[in-house]
Write a new protein. Sequence first.
Length: 82
Amino acid sequence: MKIDCKHVWQHISAYIDGDVDAVLRAEIDRHLETCEICSAVLDSTRNVVVLMADDRVFELPAGFSDRLHARLDHDLALNEGS
């Protein structure tokens, strides 16, 4: 069985979780050895999983929300004028 990028992307989550059969895992591993794009997708997906599992909460800098809203209002006003 020869797989392509589309197949790898369809199974990437199950691959990370270890929920693919041995034959499919071997095919994905073989594909990842030569495909930089799929290797990057795998690394990025793993990073997202790690970040989503991180339950830390970060405080925003003082005034950040006000500056963000002011910037959004400004950009929206500019776009309405074009």
